[in-house]
Design a protein around this ligand. Structure first.
Ligand SMILES: Cc1ncc(C[n+]2csc(CCOP(=O)(O)OP(=O)(O)O)c2C)c(N)n1
Length: 728
């Protein structure tokens, strides 16, 4: 059965037998076949169930079984970590996932242990086995695997950090690590086209991380053949120059060759030498999924050639030929597997379905709300009463929290003081600490494994942070400018926000993304002035906050770090060093709960709801209107955009009966639209005038200051809107 692919595939029974003798016992060989067969029969049963409309989707592992059972046997469930993709039924069965668990997911049962009826079949997850809930997005998991491996290394180096701690997210995180665990991640050859695959290789290679990549190359990505995704048609040739890797290219339909390759690769990773990539050539006998018919784009000859390599029939023949099992024994084994699948299917189709009331569970942390009373504290003045800027207090908060909680790490583009730290340690250079200097001094104080520079790749930053946070670390990462958050968008929308919900609470990734945002920069132009917060407030699972002054920035950032939800922390860069809103350092435990607005100016005639850099502009307009026309505006700084303080809004609108929602972002589809709609809906009878909005023009921010001023809402625009609404 052993073959060498690449240079002319050759059968070599003798070599195979030798490998078999040295690597796997007879019992193990039988078990390999049993698991492969069980996996195939589970796929077959799902296909029947789909045709009977008892399940709603089917995607199979067929043709990949040998490679995957081998991988499962070479690794340790519940010890190593697993980021499998949808073809990986056989490795999950090998690790201890049961057929019944898999079929419960297929029917979408309440007792689906992977997701509680939320994910499609073949989206494996098991906290017990360290199989981490995946999305359907191809390749995002590669970065999580890298982050997961970094977390294992981090806790090994900082074992004290793994301890539980009352009062913050750590209370709810059981950190497991062994020091030599391997992180398995698998991917189809088509998906290696995704940037996230390459971004992950970068860090796995540089960090010599114990990540075992398994590329399951069945030659097709749905209908697209390998040569379209992989120049030259062979991924092994393209990745070959990544330093520190162990590579193997094998016939993945041969379980013995696969096992040998996996054992070698795992040993390489476990020894700490670096990552490994096993490229297994497999087949895809069952179309991409049951929604696809491959006869539309593959010839009969091609399909026949694949069928001749089917790993199940070849392994069966081999066992017979080698005298390991006779026909009776094979029949008995297969009958038992068939019965197991039948029993599991019978139970699955009768299973209780999830309660509709369960839908909203695990969107956010059920353990520790970001609105919890423990985050409602008073400032504790210190001997130093110097008024500090928002930039200063954010930096103070990062230092406080890094001192208090060893799990906090900071990384991103240019956030370290100096990657080549010899000169820094020798005191010859001062260090950079971020393009806005918000992270200055963190690397110098806490070392390069607590604060470091990432590659210039926003998905890399976000995806790795997700992997670390899944293991219990608290990454506080920086995206250099909001304008460049978009490469991270896939990770944010499909991963960060969803890990907890899709795993039905089994996994979570509470982390903080700090992002400088906004315009009013005089020359910031299109790519350094963007807003866009409503794109993220439209994503359940992530908290979004945006302070307007130094004290709020510190208090909200501390809550962001200590809470148990992922937080997008938007820092308006025009406010970093403003005179407006400076504050004395309020002590190392000052927190502000999310969802609590602040009345900046109390008034009785009209309410203005806003946040960020519009707060000082609206205040200026309100003061002028009061001076000139006696109109008394109540100005509310929302501070926290999801959750937001509906009570404060309602109370104010009931008092003033007139309301403006103002923000820097564009008017149409903006944050104000939702607030205005809800006020219209729930407070209609309290209104004496239509709800007004003041926001940017529906365009991007131009470079020329004359244009920038016209595009963004100015104090005069706010003044005019307030005066008009007061007179309505
Ligand atoms: C980011 C993303 N784009 C597109 C899809 C739709 N899609 C699902 S599977 C697939 C093909 C994947 O092919 P390959 O990586 O070769 O794996 P295979 O299914 O052949 O095992 C595509 C395009 C997706 N799930 N995610």
């Amino acid at each position: 059965m052993a073959r060498q692919s690449g240079s002319g595939v050759q059968e070599n029974k003798k070599t195979a037998a030798k490998v078999a003798d040295s690597a796997l016992t007879r019992e193990q060989l039988v078990e390999v076949y049993r698991l492969m067969y069980l996996s195939r029969r589970t796929d077959d049963r799902e296909i029947v169930l789909k045709r009977q409309q008892k399940i709603f989707f089917q995607i199979s592992c067929a043709g990949h079984e040998a490679l995957l059972v081998a991988a499962g046997m070479a690794l340790k469930p519940g010890y190593d970590w697993f980021f499998p993709y949808y073809r990986d039924r056989a490795i999950c069965l090998t690790l201890g996932n049961t057929v019944e668990e898999q079929l419960l997911q297929a029917v979408g049962a309440a007792d689906d242990t992977a997701s509680g009826g939320r994910q499609m079949p073949s989206h494996w997850s098991s906290r017990k086995l360290n199989i981490v809930s995946p999305s359907s997005s191809t390749a995002t998991q590669c970065l999580h695997a890298v982050g997961c491996a970094e977390a294992g290394r981090f806790f090994t180096k900082h074992p004290e950090a793994a301890k539980k701690h009352d009062g913050d997210y750590r209370e709810f995180k059981d950190v497991k690590f062994h020091g030599d665990e391997v992180v398995y991640v698998s991917i189809g050859e088509g998906s290696t086209s995704q940037g996230e695959f390459w971004e992950s290789l970068n860090t796995a290679s540089n960090g010599k991380l114990p990540v075992l990549y398994v590329v399951e190359d069945n030659g097709y990505a749905i209908s697209t053949p390998v040569e379209v995704n992989t120049p030259g048609g062979n991924i092994s040739r393209l990745v070959a120059n990544f330093p520190n890797f162990h590579f193997a290219e094998i016939d993945g339909t041969d379980p013995i060759a696969s096992y040998k390759a996996m054992v070698e690769a795992v040993a390489y990773c476990r020894s700490g030498k670096g990552p490994a990539l096993v490229h297994g050539h497999v087949i895809r006998p069952y179309s991409h999924s049951l929604s696809d018919d491959e006869r539309l784009y593959r010839s009969v000859e091609e399909l026949d050639a694949d069928a001749a390599k089917d790993p199940i029939s070849r392994m069966q023949m081999w066992l017979l030929r080698e005298g390991i099992l006779d026909a009776d024994a094979i029949n008995k084994l297969e009958r038992q597997a068939d019965e197991e699948v039948q029993r599991a299917a019978d139970r699955a189709v009768m299973a209780t379905l999830p309660a509709v009331a369960s839908i909203t569970k695990h969107v956010y942390s059920e353990d520790l709300s970001s609105q919890d009373a423990r985050f409602d504290t008073e400032p504790q003045p210190t001997a130093d009463a110097t008024e500090r800027t928002m930039a200063d207090l954010i930096n103070c908060c990062l230092k406080d929290e890094m001192r208090r909680d060893e799990r906090v790490v900071v990384f991103g583009e240019d956030v370290a003081d100096a990657t080549r730290d010899g000169a820094l340690r020798a005191g010859k250079i001062k260090g950079k600490g971020g393009v806005f200097k918000l992270t200055a001094g963190l690397q110098a104080e806490f070392g390069s494994d607590r604060c470091w520079n990432s590659p210039l790749a926003e998905a890399n930053i976000t995806g790795r942070a997700i992997g670390m946070a899944m293991r219990g670390m608290k990454p506080v990462v920086e995206i250099q400018f909001f304008d460049y958050i978009w490469p991270a968008m896939h990770q944010m929308r499909n991963e960060l926000s969803l890990v907890r919900w899709r795993s039905n609470g089994d996994f979570s990734c509470p982390l903080v993304m700090r992002v400088p945002i906004g315009g009013y920069l005089t020359g910031g132009s299109i790519y350094h002035s963007q807003s866009g917060e409503s794109i993220f407030t439209h994503t359940p699972g992530v908290r979004v906050v945006m302070p307007s002054n130094a004290l709020d920035a510190l208090g909200l950032l501390r809550t962001a770090i200590r809470c148990d939800d992922p937080v997008l922390f938007l820092e308006h860069k025009r406010l970093y060093r403003e005179t407006f809103g400076r504050a004395a350092y309020p002590g190392p435990d000052y927190c502000i709960p999310f969802g609590k607005a602040k009345i900046v100016r109390s008034g009785k005639d009209l309410t203005v709801l806003t946040y960020g850099a519009v707060v000082p502009r609206a205040l200026q307009a309100a003061q002028k209107l009061h001076r000139e026309a006696g109109v008394d505006v109540e100005l509310i700084d929302l501070r926290s955009l999801t959750p937001y303080d509906w009570e404060a809004i309602a109370e104010s609108v009931k008092k003033t009966n007139r309301v403006i929602v103002a923000h820097e972002d564009m008017l149409s589809w903006g944050y104000g639209a939702e607030i205005a709609a809800r006020i219209g809906d729930e407070l209609f009878h309290d209104l004496d005038a239509p709800v007004r909005r003041v926001a940017a023009m529906d365009t991007f921010v131009a470079y020329q200051p004359l244009l920038e001023d016209a595009i963004l809402p100015q104090p005069e625009d706010l003044y005019r809107a307030m005066a008009e609404l007061a007179a309505f």
